[in-house]
Design a protein around this ligand. Structure first.
Ligand SMILES: C[S@@+](CC[C@H](N)C(=O)[O-])C[C@H]1O[C@@H](n2cnc3c(N)ncnc32)[C@H](O)[C@@H]1O
Length: 321
Protein backbone atom coordinates (compact mmCIF):
# COMPACT_ATOMS: atom_id res chain seq x y z
CA UNK A 1 0.00 0.00 0.00
CA UNK A 2 1.40 3.38 -0.92
CA UNK A 3 0.42 5.92 1.73
CA UNK A 4 1.30 9.59 1.25
CA UNK A 5 2.05 9.86 4.92
CA UNK A 6 5.47 11.25 5.56
CA UNK A 7 7.45 13.66 7.71
CA UNK A 8 7.23 13.21 11.44
CA UNK A 9 7.37 15.71 14.28
CA UNK A 10 10.78 17.27 14.74
CA UNK A 11 13.12 15.60 17.20
CA UNK A 12 15.06 17.81 19.58
CA UNK A 13 17.67 16.03 21.67
CA UNK A 14 19.37 17.24 24.81
CA UNK A 15 22.95 18.31 24.02
CA UNK A 16 24.15 16.00 26.82
CA UNK A 17 24.46 12.46 25.47
CA UNK A 18 22.19 10.05 27.43
CA UNK A 19 25.09 7.68 28.38
CA UNK A 20 26.84 10.54 30.07
CA UNK A 21 23.68 11.55 31.94
CA UNK A 22 23.10 8.05 33.31
CA UNK A 23 26.69 7.63 34.45
CA UNK A 24 26.62 10.91 36.29
CA UNK A 25 23.28 10.27 37.92
CA UNK A 26 23.67 6.64 38.89
CA UNK A 27 27.09 5.90 40.28
CA UNK A 28 28.15 8.57 42.75
CA UNK A 29 31.66 7.02 42.63
CA UNK A 30 33.09 10.53 42.09
CA UNK A 31 31.80 11.54 45.53
CA UNK A 32 33.59 8.66 47.23
CA UNK A 33 36.95 9.16 45.58
CA UNK A 34 36.71 12.88 46.24
CA UNK A 35 36.06 12.20 49.96
CA UNK A 36 39.00 9.78 50.09
CA UNK A 37 41.29 12.29 48.40
CA UNK A 38 40.29 15.00 50.87
CA UNK A 39 40.87 12.57 53.74
CA UNK A 40 44.33 11.76 52.40
CA UNK A 41 45.24 15.45 52.18
CA UNK A 42 43.79 16.10 55.63
CA UNK A 43 45.72 13.21 57.19
CA UNK A 44 48.97 14.09 55.44
CA UNK A 45 48.75 17.73 56.58
CA UNK A 46 48.11 16.70 60.16
CA UNK A 47 51.00 14.23 60.05
CA UNK A 48 53.37 16.90 58.78
CA UNK A 49 52.14 19.40 61.43
CA UNK A 50 52.72 16.96 64.33
CA UNK A 51 56.14 16.04 62.99
CA UNK A 52 57.13 19.74 63.10
CA UNK A 53 55.72 20.26 66.62
CA UNK A 54 57.02 17.00 68.16
CA UNK A 55 59.95 15.75 66.15
CA UNK A 56 60.50 12.03 66.70
CA UNK A 57 56.97 11.38 68.00
CA UNK A 58 56.01 9.37 64.91
CA UNK A 59 54.21 6.60 66.91
CA UNK A 60 51.89 9.02 68.71
CA UNK A 61 51.11 10.78 65.39
CA UNK A 62 50.39 7.65 63.41
CA UNK A 63 47.94 6.32 66.07
CA UNK A 64 45.93 9.49 65.85
CA UNK A 65 46.15 9.47 62.11
CA UNK A 66 45.15 5.82 61.95
CA UNK A 67 42.15 6.38 64.20
CA UNK A 68 41.02 9.29 62.05
CA UNK A 69 41.54 7.25 58.91
CA UNK A 70 39.53 4.32 60.30
CA UNK A 71 36.75 6.70 61.27
CA UNK A 72 36.58 8.14 57.75
CA UNK A 73 36.78 4.75 56.16
CA UNK A 74 33.77 3.71 58.22
CA UNK A 75 31.84 6.77 57.08
CA UNK A 76 32.70 6.17 53.45
CA UNK A 77 31.78 2.47 53.71
CA UNK A 78 28.46 3.34 55.38
CA UNK A 79 27.70 5.82 52.61
CA UNK A 80 28.54 3.23 49.99
CA UNK A 81 26.35 0.60 51.59
CA UNK A 82 23.48 3.07 51.98
CA UNK A 83 23.75 3.91 48.29
CA UNK A 84 23.74 0.22 47.40
CA UNK A 85 20.64 -0.40 49.52
CA UNK A 86 18.94 2.60 47.92
CA UNK A 87 19.76 1.24 44.45
CA UNK A 88 18.35 -2.18 45.35
CA UNK A 89 15.24 -0.61 46.79
CA UNK A 90 14.66 1.36 43.56
CA UNK A 91 15.20 -1.78 41.50
CA UNK A 92 12.69 -3.72 43.64
CA UNK A 93 10.20 -0.86 43.22
CA UNK A 94 10.61 -0.95 39.47
CA UNK A 95 9.98 -4.69 39.40
CA UNK A 96 6.89 -4.30 41.57
CA UNK A 97 5.44 -1.34 39.70
CA UNK A 98 6.04 -2.39 36.16
CA UNK A 99 4.28 -5.80 36.22
CA UNK A 100 4.73 -5.31 32.51
CA UNK A 101 4.97 -8.93 31.57
CA UNK A 102 1.93 -8.62 29.30
CA UNK A 103 3.97 -6.48 26.94
CA UNK A 104 6.80 -9.02 27.05
CA UNK A 105 9.14 -6.55 28.78
CA UNK A 106 11.40 -7.63 31.55
CA UNK A 107 10.94 -5.29 34.53
CA UNK A 108 14.64 -5.13 35.36
CA UNK A 109 15.58 -3.63 32.01
CA UNK A 110 17.16 -0.20 32.21
CA UNK A 111 15.14 2.93 31.43
CA UNK A 112 17.33 3.62 28.43
CA UNK A 113 16.71 0.15 27.05
CA UNK A 114 12.94 0.46 27.59
CA UNK A 115 12.95 3.85 25.90
CA UNK A 116 14.69 2.47 22.84
CA UNK A 117 12.22 -0.45 22.71
CA UNK A 118 9.31 1.97 22.78
CA UNK A 119 10.87 3.99 19.99
CA UNK A 120 11.40 0.86 17.94
CA UNK A 121 7.79 -0.26 18.49
CA UNK A 122 6.42 3.13 17.48
CA UNK A 123 8.56 3.32 14.34
CA UNK A 124 7.54 -0.19 13.39
CA UNK A 125 3.89 0.82 13.75
CA UNK A 126 4.51 3.40 11.05
CA UNK A 127 4.92 0.58 8.54
CA UNK A 128 2.78 -2.20 9.91
CA UNK A 129 0.53 -0.87 12.67
CA UNK A 130 -3.08 0.28 12.52
CA UNK A 131 -3.40 3.93 11.51
CA UNK A 132 -5.16 6.72 13.28
CA UNK A 133 -5.64 10.35 12.30
CA UNK A 134 -6.71 13.00 14.73
CA UNK A 135 -8.56 15.60 12.69
CA UNK A 136 -7.48 18.92 14.17
CA UNK A 137 -8.97 21.08 11.45
CA UNK A 138 -11.96 22.17 13.54
CA UNK A 139 -10.22 23.98 16.36
CA UNK A 140 -10.70 27.61 15.26
CA UNK A 141 -13.92 28.09 17.24
CA UNK A 142 -12.62 26.45 20.37
CA UNK A 143 -12.07 28.45 23.54
CA UNK A 144 -8.66 28.62 25.23
CA UNK A 145 -9.95 26.22 27.88
CA UNK A 146 -11.12 23.72 25.26
CA UNK A 147 -7.76 23.96 23.45
CA UNK A 148 -5.96 23.18 26.71
CA UNK A 149 -8.17 20.19 27.31
CA UNK A 150 -7.60 18.95 23.79
CA UNK A 151 -3.82 19.33 24.21
CA UNK A 152 -4.07 17.28 27.42
CA UNK A 153 -6.09 14.59 25.64
CA UNK A 154 -3.47 14.38 22.87
CA UNK A 155 -0.80 13.90 25.56
CA UNK A 156 -2.75 11.12 27.27
CA UNK A 157 -3.52 9.43 23.96
CA UNK A 158 0.15 9.50 22.96
CA UNK A 159 1.14 8.21 26.41
CA UNK A 160 -1.25 5.25 26.08
CA UNK A 161 0.06 4.48 22.62
CA UNK A 162 3.63 4.43 23.92
CA UNK A 163 2.65 1.86 26.54
CA UNK A 164 0.71 -0.36 24.12
CA UNK A 165 2.38 -3.57 23.06
CA UNK A 166 0.90 -3.09 19.57
CA UNK A 167 0.82 0.68 19.06
CA UNK A 168 -0.97 2.62 16.34
CA UNK A 169 0.76 5.02 13.99
CA UNK A 170 -0.71 8.43 14.69
CA UNK A 171 -1.04 11.41 12.40
CA UNK A 172 -2.22 14.82 13.56
CA UNK A 173 -3.91 16.24 10.48
CA UNK A 174 -5.12 19.75 9.69
CA UNK A 175 -2.60 20.88 12.28
CA UNK A 176 -0.62 24.05 11.59
CA UNK A 177 2.56 24.57 13.57
CA UNK A 178 1.53 28.23 13.89
CA UNK A 179 -1.89 27.38 15.35
CA UNK A 180 -2.91 28.19 18.96
CA UNK A 181 -3.39 24.45 19.59
CA UNK A 182 0.18 23.69 18.51
CA UNK A 183 1.40 26.40 20.90
CA UNK A 184 -0.72 24.91 23.67
CA UNK A 185 0.66 21.41 22.97
CA UNK A 186 4.21 22.76 23.18
CA UNK A 187 3.37 24.56 26.41
CA UNK A 188 1.52 21.72 28.11
CA UNK A 189 3.07 18.54 26.78
CA UNK A 190 6.68 17.84 27.76
CA UNK A 191 8.76 16.73 24.78
CA UNK A 192 5.90 17.37 22.35
CA UNK A 193 8.23 18.35 19.53
CA UNK A 194 9.89 14.94 19.70
CA UNK A 195 6.69 12.86 19.78
CA UNK A 196 6.98 9.99 17.33
CA UNK A 197 4.03 10.77 15.12
CA UNK A 198 3.26 12.69 11.95
CA UNK A 199 2.08 16.26 11.92
CA UNK A 200 0.61 17.80 8.79
CA UNK A 201 -1.44 20.81 7.80
CA UNK A 202 -3.17 18.69 5.18
CA UNK A 203 -6.67 17.43 5.75
CA UNK A 204 -7.11 13.68 6.39
CA UNK A 205 -9.44 13.49 3.35
CA UNK A 206 -6.68 14.52 0.96
CA UNK A 207 -4.04 12.26 2.50
CA UNK A 208 -5.63 8.86 1.98
CA UNK A 209 -7.93 7.12 -0.48
CA UNK A 210 -11.45 7.95 0.74
CA UNK A 211 -12.50 4.30 0.71
CA UNK A 212 -9.80 3.52 3.29
CA UNK A 213 -11.13 6.06 5.78
CA UNK A 214 -13.48 5.37 8.69
CA UNK A 215 -14.53 8.44 10.65
CA UNK A 216 -15.31 7.47 14.23
CA UNK A 217 -18.26 9.45 15.47
CA UNK A 218 -20.81 8.84 18.22
CA UNK A 219 -23.57 9.79 15.77
CA UNK A 220 -22.94 6.97 13.30
CA UNK A 221 -25.54 4.27 12.73
CA UNK A 222 -22.89 1.56 12.26
CA UNK A 223 -21.14 -0.07 15.17
CA UNK A 224 -17.43 -0.67 14.75
CA UNK A 225 -16.85 -4.41 14.52
CA UNK A 226 -13.09 -4.73 14.17
CA UNK A 227 -9.86 -2.77 13.80
CA UNK A 228 -8.70 -3.36 10.25
CA UNK A 229 -5.08 -2.76 9.25
CA UNK A 230 -6.18 -1.67 5.78
CA UNK A 231 -8.28 1.18 7.14
CA UNK A 232 -7.34 4.56 8.50
CA UNK A 233 -9.44 5.57 11.51
CA UNK A 234 -10.19 9.21 12.19
CA UNK A 235 -11.00 10.85 15.50
CA UNK A 236 -12.51 14.32 15.59
CA UNK A 237 -10.23 16.65 17.54
CA UNK A 238 -13.11 18.29 19.35
CA UNK A 239 -13.83 19.11 22.95
CA UNK A 240 -17.49 19.84 23.28
CA UNK A 241 -18.11 22.01 26.29
CA UNK A 242 -21.54 22.66 24.81
CA UNK A 243 -22.05 19.62 22.66
CA UNK A 244 -22.18 20.35 18.95
CA UNK A 245 -24.03 17.34 17.74
CA UNK A 246 -23.16 15.55 14.51
CA UNK A 247 -20.26 17.84 13.52
CA UNK A 248 -17.98 14.95 12.57
CA UNK A 249 -20.81 12.81 11.21
CA UNK A 250 -21.78 15.57 8.78
CA UNK A 251 -18.17 16.20 7.82
CA UNK A 252 -17.68 12.52 6.99
CA UNK A 253 -20.88 12.48 4.95
CA UNK A 254 -19.79 15.53 2.95
CA UNK A 255 -16.69 13.60 1.89
CA UNK A 256 -18.59 10.31 1.37
CA UNK A 257 -16.47 8.61 3.99
CA UNK A 258 -17.68 5.65 6.08
CA UNK A 259 -18.48 6.28 9.72
CA UNK A 260 -18.61 4.03 12.79
CA UNK A 261 -19.42 4.40 16.46
CA UNK A 262 -18.03 2.34 19.31
CA UNK A 263 -20.22 -0.71 20.01
CA UNK A 264 -21.36 0.64 23.39
CA UNK A 265 -25.04 -0.22 22.83
CA UNK A 266 -24.09 -3.74 21.77
CA UNK A 267 -22.10 -4.65 24.89
CA UNK A 268 -23.26 -2.25 27.58
CA UNK A 269 -26.49 -1.29 29.29
CA UNK A 270 -27.70 1.92 30.86
CA UNK A 271 -27.30 2.06 34.58
CA UNK A 272 -29.85 3.88 36.71
CA UNK A 273 -28.33 7.00 38.21
CA UNK A 274 -29.64 9.97 40.15
CA UNK A 275 -29.27 12.45 37.31
CA UNK A 276 -30.50 9.97 34.71
CA UNK A 277 -27.37 10.86 32.75
CA UNK A 278 -26.22 8.56 29.95
CA UNK A 279 -23.71 9.58 27.32
CA UNK A 280 -21.88 7.70 24.62
CA UNK A 281 -19.74 10.72 23.77
CA UNK A 282 -16.22 10.09 24.96
CA UNK A 283 -13.01 12.08 24.78
CA UNK A 284 -10.51 11.19 22.07
CA UNK A 285 -8.09 9.57 24.55
CA UNK A 286 -10.90 7.40 25.98
CA UNK A 287 -11.92 6.30 22.49
CA UNK A 288 -8.28 5.57 21.72
CA UNK A 289 -7.84 3.49 24.89
CA UNK A 290 -10.81 1.39 23.79
CA UNK A 291 -9.45 0.92 20.26
CA UNK A 292 -6.00 0.09 21.50
CA UNK A 293 -7.22 -2.42 24.11
CA UNK A 294 -9.50 -4.01 21.55
CA UNK A 295 -6.65 -4.30 19.06
CA UNK A 296 -4.51 -6.06 21.69
CA UNK A 297 -7.17 -8.29 23.22
CA UNK A 298 -9.74 -8.68 20.41
CA UNK A 299 -12.28 -8.42 23.20
CA UNK A 300 -14.85 -5.61 23.08
CA UNK A 301 -16.25 -5.99 26.62
CA UNK A 302 -12.76 -5.75 28.08
CA UNK A 303 -11.90 -2.78 25.90
CA UNK A 304 -15.13 -0.93 26.68
CA UNK A 305 -14.72 -1.58 30.39
CA UNK A 306 -11.37 0.18 30.21
CA UNK A 307 -12.59 3.27 28.37
CA UNK A 308 -16.20 3.88 29.36
CA UNK A 309 -16.19 5.10 32.93
CA UNK A 310 -19.29 4.50 35.06
CA UNK A 311 -19.78 8.29 35.08
CA UNK A 312 -21.08 7.94 31.52
CA UNK A 313 -24.00 5.95 32.90
CA UNK A 314 -23.16 2.65 31.20
CA UNK A 315 -22.04 -0.72 32.59
CA UNK A 316 -21.17 -3.97 30.85
CA UNK A 317 -24.04 -6.32 30.14
CA UNK A 318 -24.01 -9.49 32.20
CA UNK A 319 -22.39 -12.22 30.15
CA UNK A 320 -24.92 -14.64 28.61
CA UNK A 321 -24.60 -18.02 30.36
C1 LIG B 1 -15.81 14.81 22.36
S1 LIG B 1 -16.06 13.89 20.95
C2 LIG B 1 -16.78 15.09 19.90
C3 LIG B 1 -18.19 14.77 19.59
C4 LIG B 1 -18.72 15.73 18.54
N1 LIG B 1 -20.04 16.11 18.86
C5 LIG B 1 -18.69 15.14 17.16
O1 LIG B 1 -19.47 15.62 16.33
O2 LIG B 1 -17.86 14.28 16.86
C6 LIG B 1 -14.47 13.73 20.22
C7 LIG B 1 -14.31 12.66 19.20
O3 LIG B 1 -14.18 11.40 19.83
C8 LIG B 1 -14.74 10.39 18.99
N2 LIG B 1 -15.83 9.74 19.72
C9 LIG B 1 -16.34 10.10 20.92
N3 LIG B 1 -17.28 9.22 21.32
C10 LIG B 1 -17.38 8.28 20.35
C11 LIG B 1 -18.16 7.10 20.18
N4 LIG B 1 -19.06 6.71 21.07
N5 LIG B 1 -17.96 6.38 19.05
C12 LIG B 1 -17.06 6.75 18.12
N6 LIG B 1 -16.30 7.84 18.24
C13 LIG B 1 -16.44 8.60 19.33
C14 LIG B 1 -15.21 11.07 17.75
O4 LIG B 1 -14.23 10.97 16.76
C15 LIG B 1 -15.40 12.49 18.20
O5 LIG B 1 -15.33 13.39 17.16
Amino acid sequence: MDWRWEGSAQKTESPVPPERRVVLEDTGEDDISESLQLLQIDVECEHREKETQHPGSAVWCSKNVQRKQRHWEKIVAAKKSKRKQEKERRKANRVENSGNTESGLCPQHSKRFLRSLTKEKLLEARHSGPRLCIDLSMTHHMSKKELSRLAGQIRRLYGSNKKASRPFWICLTGFGTDSPLYEECLRMNDGFSSYLLDVTEEDCFSLFPLEALVYLTPDSECALEDVDLNKVYILGGLVDESIQKKVTFQKAQEHSVKTARLPIQEYMVRRQNGKNYHSEILTINQVFDILSTYFETQNWPEALKRGVSSRRGYVLQDPVE
